[in-house]
Design a binder for this molecule. Sequence first.
Ligand code: FE2
Ligand code: FE2
Length: 113
Amino acid sequence: MEISNNIFYKCASKKVPELDGQKIFKILAKVEMEHASVWKKILKLNKVEIPKYDKCAAKYKPNLEESHSREDRAIKFYGQAAAEAENPRVKEIFEAFVEVETDHLHLSEARLK
Ligand SMILES: [Fe+2]
Ligand SMILES: [Fe+2]
């Protein structure tokens, strides 16, 4: 999920004409890659393939809408994981992710008004 979000944001940051969009999508791409790295470390994964992706929209609004649904999915996923986690430290990590992804959701919400 984090890799998928990273490549979507990278794509969107390159395609949208608005500077504001280029900036926020670039920052979001970076944060999602950091999230992927955290899981890579925790799960002791070897090399993770980053697929090429260019299917994002060329305009700002549809990318904001996609961002919104991706962040909504991330919040639900981590929220569910936090609820199910038995280890308190693991629960804490999932809850921290819910918070960050909620901040991301607000970025698109503020711009879709
Ligand atoms: Fe994330
Ligand atoms: Fe996010």
